[in-house]
Design a protein around this ligand. Structure first.
Ligand SMILES: Nc1nc2c(c(=O)[nH]1)N[C@H]1C(S)=C(S)[C@@H](COP(=O)(O)O)O[C@H]1N2
Ligand SMILES: [Mo]
Length: 569
C-alpha cells in the first residue's frame, strides 16, 4: 500500500525506536488469533444451528473431496477412527498455518490480514459448496476471519511494546509510564489503535518512549490470556449449543409402537453361541459397525423432521415422524453389509429392524412408469440409489425407525433410514433419511458412484471364520471351528471347511431365521499340536459356490475364501 512507500514501516527499520514483536510472540499471536476466530465461528453456528460450523464444514468438504487412494489409506491407518484422525489433522494444519501467518505478520501486517482472510475464505467456500450448503453458511467463517484479524492485530500491537528493546529496557530519566500505558487499559488502547487504522505503536514516539518492558510484557500476556479464555469459552459454548440436547431427550423418551405382526424371538437354534462367542446372531447396537461420511452425527429434531417422496411420482408425499409411527409397521431381521468389508472383515451386522414397508409409501406416491431408480437422500446431503424394482419385488425393503427394539441410535440414522435386503449399504441404507426421490438410473449417480463404486451392488455370497481367531493359540484336543455365512435374499445351502490338506468337510448349519440374515455354522475339530490353516467356503440355495479368487472391495465388493492360521499348543 502507498503508506508503506511514503513512510517506511517503523518496524522494518533497525534504527526505529519501535521494536518488532519476536518470533515466539508472533507464533503465539497467530495461534491465539486463529483459535479465537474459530471459537467465534463455533459460537455463531451454535447460536444459529442452521449455520455450518467452519471446522465441520471444511472437514466434511475434505471427506467428500479427498482422492479415494488417500481415503483408503486413512481408513487402513485409522480404521473407524478416521474421522477423529481427520479432525486432529485439520487442527494441526490450522495451528501450523496460524503460527506461520503470525510470525510473518510480525514483519508485514498485511501478510497476517491476507493469510487470515484466505483462511476464512477457505472455510466460507467449503461451507457454501458443501452438500447442503447455502450462502448463509459462509457467515461463521467470515466472522471467524474478522475476529482472527482483529485479535492478531491486537496481539501484535501489544507485543510490539514488549520485545526486548534497549531504549525501553532502561528507561532514561524523565521517562514516564503514562496512564495511557497502564496495563489494565491495554485492550482498549489497542482496539482504539486498530480502529484508527494505525499500528499500535505502544512505545513509538520519541516523546513518550517508554512503557516499561515488564509492564508491556504483562500487557501482551494479559491479552494473550484473555484471548485464550475467550477462545475456550466461546468454543465450548458453541459446541454445547450445537449439540442439541433436545433431540437426545426426545429420542430417549420415545415409546415405540409395536409391529402389526410382531416377529417371534429368534429361535435358539439360529446361533451356536456357546461356540461362536465372537459373533452373536444379533449384533448389539453399540457393537454395530458404523460407516458414513458424516464428520458429526446429525442429531435430528423429530418435531421438525419430514420425509418427502418426490420426483417421478403422481402425488408428492410428506410424512412426519408421527405419521410413520402410526402406520403399519413390520419387523424384520436383516443383515447389513458394507461394500468395503474385506474377506474375513467385520463391516457387517445383523439387527431386528422395525419400519414402514417402502412399497406402501411408494404406492401412495404413485410412482410413474419409467422411474427406474430410487434415491435416498439424508439431511446432510448424502445419497444412495438403487433400482426401483428392488422395492417392488417382494423383498422387505423398508423405511426403518427402530433397531433391536430401540429407536434408531443417532449413529445409525435416527429418526429413519432405508434398509433394503440384499444390496450393500452404500447403494441402499441411507441414514438420517429425509427424501426419497424417484428418478431414472441414467439421470442420477448417488454419492459413491462418481467415486468409482458400482452403480448396482448386490451383496456377494460369502462366509467368515470367527472361531478360532486367526493366529490365536488354542489348546490341543476337541476344538470348534465356527463362523457365519451369508447370501442375502437367496439363503445359504452349504458351508464347507478345509483344514490343512484334508478334504472339504461340510459344517453344521444353525437354523435359518430368514434368507436375509447371516447364518451361523460350526464344525468339530480334533486339533493337534502345530500350526494349521483353516479355510471356509459357502454355497447358496441356487447352488452357486462362493467365488474363490481374491478381489478387493472396489468397485462392487470383495471376493475370496476366508482363510486363517490357527496355532495349537
Ligand atoms: N446418510 C448416510 N447414510 C449412509 C452412509 C453415509 O455415509 N451417510 N453410509 C452408508 C454405508 S456405506 C453403509 S455400509 C451403511 C452403514 O450403516 P451403519 O453405519 O448403520 O452400520 O450406511 C449407509 N448409509
Ligand atoms: Mo458401506
Amino acid at each position: 500500500m502507498s503508506t508503506r512507500q511514503t513512510s517506511p514501516s517503523p518496524y522494518r527499520s533497525p534504527a526505529s525506536p519501535v521494536s518488532r514483536p519476536g518470533v515466539l510472540q508472533g507464533a503465539l499471536a497467530g495461534l491465539l488469533a486463529a483459535a479465537t476466530g474459530l471459537a467465534a465461528g463455533e459460537l455463531l453456528s451454535g447460536l444459529n444451528r442452521k449455520l455450518t460450523s467452519p471446522v465441520i464444514g471444511v472437514g466434511n468438504r475434505a471427506v467428500d473431496l479427498v482422492p479415494q487412494p488417500l481415503k483408503r489409506f486413512a481408513i487402513r491407518q485409522f480404521g473407524t477412527h478416521d474421522k477423529q484422525a481427520l479432525l486432529i489433522g485439520m487442527f494441526v494444519a490450522i495451528a501450523i498455518f496460524a503460527i506461520v501467518v503470525g510470525i510473518l505478520a510480525t514483519r508485514r501486517k498485511l501478510i497476517g490480514i491476507i493469510g487470515l482472510t484466505a483462511f476464512g475464505a477457505l472455510g466460507a467456500l467449503a461451507a457454501v459448496t458443501g452438500r447442503t450448503g447455502s450462502f448463509s453458511d459462509a457467515l461463521p467463517s467470515i466472522l471467524a476471519a474478522v475476529v482472527a484479524i482483529v485479535m492478531l492485530m491486537g496481539l501484535l500491537g501489544a507485543a510490539r511494546g514488549t520485545h526486548p528493546n534497549p531504549a525501553a529496557a532502561s528507561p532514561g530519566p524523565g521517562s514516564v509510564t503514562t496512564p495511557r500505558n497502564a496495563p489494565d487499559d491495554m485492550l482498549g488502547r489497542i482496539m482504539a489503535k486498530i480502529q484508527d487504522g494505525e499500528p499500535a505503536r505502544v512505545t513509538a514516539t520519541a516523546s513518550a518512549p517508554a512503557v516499561s518492558p515488564a509492564v508491556s510484557r504483562r500487557g501482551f500476556l494479559a491479552l494473550s490470556g484473555a484471548a485464550a479464555v475467550a477462545a475456550a469459552g466461546m468454543g465450548t459454548a458453541g459446541r454445547l449449543l450445537q449439540r442439541s440436547t433436545g433431540s437426545i431427550k426426545a429420542r430417549a423418551s420415545l415409546v415405540l409402537p409395536k409391529a402389526r405382526k410382531p416377529l417371534a424371538a429368534a429361535p435358539a437354534g439360529v446361533s451356536v453361541t456357546e461356540l461362536n462367542v465372537a459373533t452373536p446372531f444379533f449384533t448389539p447396537n453399540n457393537k454395530f459397525y458404523r460407516i458414513d461420511t458424516a464428520l458429526e452425527v446429525p442429531k435430528i429434531d423429530v418435531d421438525t423432521w419430514e420425509l418427502k417422496i418426490k420426483g417421478m411420482v403422481g402425488q408428492e408425499r410428506t410424512y412426519t415422524y408421527e405419521d410413520l409411527l402410526s402406520r403399519n409397521l413390520v419387523e424384520r431381521d436383516i443383515t447389513l453389509t458394507c461394500v468395503s468389508n474385506e474377506v474375513g472383515g467385520i463391516l457387517m451386522g445383523n439387527a431386528r429392524w422395525l419400519g414402514v414397508p417402502l412399497k406402501e409409501l411408494l404406492d401412495e406416491a404413485e410412482v410413474k412408469n419409467g422411474a427406474t431408480q430410487i434415491v435416498g437422500r439424508s439431511v446432510d446431503g448424502w445419497t444412495s440409489g438403487f433400482p426401483t424394482k428392488l422395492a417392488m419385488d417382494g423383498r422387505d425393503a423398508m423405511v426403518a425407525i427402530a433397531m433391536n427394539g430401540e429407536p434408531l441410535p443417532f449413529a445409525h440414522g435416527f429418526p429413519a433410514r432405508l434398509i433394503i435386503p440384499g444390496i450393500y449399504g452404500y447403494v441402499s441404507a441411507t441414514k438420517w433419511l429425509t427424501e426419497i426421490e424417484l428418478t431414472t438410473l441414467e439421470d442420477f449417480d448417488a454419492y459413491w458412484v462418481p467415486r468409482g463404486y458400482a452403480k448396482e451392488a448386490p451383496i456377494k455370497l460369502a462366509s467368515r471364520i470367527d472361531v478360532p481367531r486367526g493366529l490365536s493359540t488354542i489348546p490341543a484336543g476337541k476344538a470348534a471351528v465356527a463362523g457365519v455365512a451369508w447370501a442375502q435374499t437367496v439363503g445359504i445351502a452349504k458351508v464347507e471347511v478345509k483344514i490343512d490338506d484334508a478334504e472339504w468337510k461340510e459344517a453344521v448349519l444353525a437354523d435359518e431365521q430368514s434368507v436375509d440374515t447371516w447364518r451361523q455354522w460350526h464344525l468339530e475339530w480334533d486339533a493337534t499340536t502345530g500350526s494349521h490353516s483353516i479355510s471356509v467356503r459357502a454355497t447358496d440355495k441356487n447352488g452357486k459356490l462362493q467365488q474363490e479368487d481374491r478381489k478387493a472391495p472396489l468397485p462392487n465388493g470383495a471376493t475370496g475364501w476366508h482363510q486363517i492360521i490357527s496355532l495349537v499348543s
